[in-house]
Design a protein around this ligand. Structure first.
Ligand SMILES: Cc1ncc(C[n+]2csc(CCOP(=O)(O)OP(=O)(O)O)c2C)c(N)n1
Ligand SMILES: [Mg+2]
Length: 310
């Protein structure tokens, strides 16, 4: 099990490090909201899911997409704006989608995929399926009215759904406590009668607790479940750089989170040979994905108005 977790964590980290390396060339035609530092949430959750479970995310969804099994080549091609991208090169990093692998979509507009997830869960319930839906959103997503409406509806209809709030303490440059009178978001979910927990930055713990919720939902226990996963964004809100010089947060605040790096932690749980094998396989896969994106064509001009909503 640790090898699977490590492969997924390491793969996400290395993909984003490659994005950082390539970004200054301007080949990546999309803003990028990196998940570096937050991988443990996506990996802990998605390792508890089956292929037929589905996830919905925010614009910061590289980790969720990859952890759920989204196609890496199509993701990188999407960032390059190429026709072979997961959204035909028209949507970029903020709108990753891979329905074949249960990644149902992500959106640049904060909170908007939470009701989509609730709607999908309602459909599953009506069809008596035993798959589950996971909605990923940030602490800023919990500022939105639609979050409370969706939570209310999911609790009322007892939907097979798991809310995952990735609380990294910031919405862009504004600390949670400058936006919300109390920090504990899980506590708010309990008001709706929803079982809710806060989990520290620990991939194994996230997996254990979310895994128990998934098992309960599959056994027919009424949903939803709610988890507030405490985490920390290492890079700037959007883009490949550090931003500690901006002054809205300090290096000292980040240090304990960086020391608790779950990628390194899992690396330390593996035999050296096993770890090296995983790393070289992942590196080869990443090389191939970037080469695929480089070699792929841009969408044809005739495609400009196809798949557009108007
Ligand atoms: C409805 C809406 N309001 C405001 C914005 C501008 N905006 C973009 S990202 C963001 C911060 C959201 O923070 P959070 O949900 O905590 O996610 P994080 O970036 O920390 O992952 C805001 C306010 C937006 N995209 N959509
Ligand atoms: Mg946040």
């Amino acid at each position: 099990m640790h090898d699977r977790f490590y492969r997924s964590l390491y793969r996400i980290r290395r993909v984003e490090e490659e994005i950082i390396r390539v970004y200054p060339t301007d080949k990546i035609k999309s803003p990028v909201h990196l998940s570096i530092g937050q991988e443990a949430v996506s990996v802990g959750v998605c390792e508890a899911l089956r292929a037929d479970d589905v996830v919905f995310g925010s614009y910061r969804s590289h980790a969720v997409y990859l952890a759920k099994g989204g196609d890496l080549k199509k993701m990188i091609a999407e960032l390059y704006g190429k026709a072979t991208g997961c959204a035909k090169g028209k949507a970029g990093s903020m709108h990753l989608v891979d329905a074949a692998h249960g990644v149902m979509g992500a959106s640049a507009v904060v909170g908007t995929t939470i009701p989509h997830a609730a709607g999908y869960a309602y459909a599953l319930k009506l069809r008596r399926k035993d798959s589950v839906v996971v909605s990923f959103f940030g602490d800023g997503g919990a500022d939105e009215g639609v979050f409370y409406e969706s939570l209310n509806f999911a609790a009322l209809k007892k939907l097979p759904m798991i809310f995952i709030c990735e609380n990294n303490s910031y919405a862009i440059h504004t600390h949670q406590l400058c936006r919300q009178p109390t920090a504990n978001i899980a506590e708010r979910a309990r008001v709706f009668g929803v079982p809710a927990e806060r989990i520290e930055d620990d991939v194994l713990r996230v997996h254990e607790r979310v895994g128990a919720a998934v098992k309960a939902l599959r056994a027919g226990e009424p949903g939803p479940f709610f988890f507030e996963c405490l985490t920390y964004r290492w890079k700037e809100h959007v883009g490949p750089n550090d931003d500690f010089h901006l002054g809205y947060r300090t290096r000292e605040e980040a240090d304990p989170w960086m020391k608790n790096d779950q990628v390194k932690r899992l690396a330390g749980l593996l035999e050296a040979d096993q770890r090296r094998r995983i790393e070289s396989e992942v590196e080869a896969e990443i090389q191939a994905a970037f080469a695929f994106a480089e070699e792929s064509p841009f969408p044809d001009g005739s495609e400009l108005f196809t798949d557009m909503f108007k």
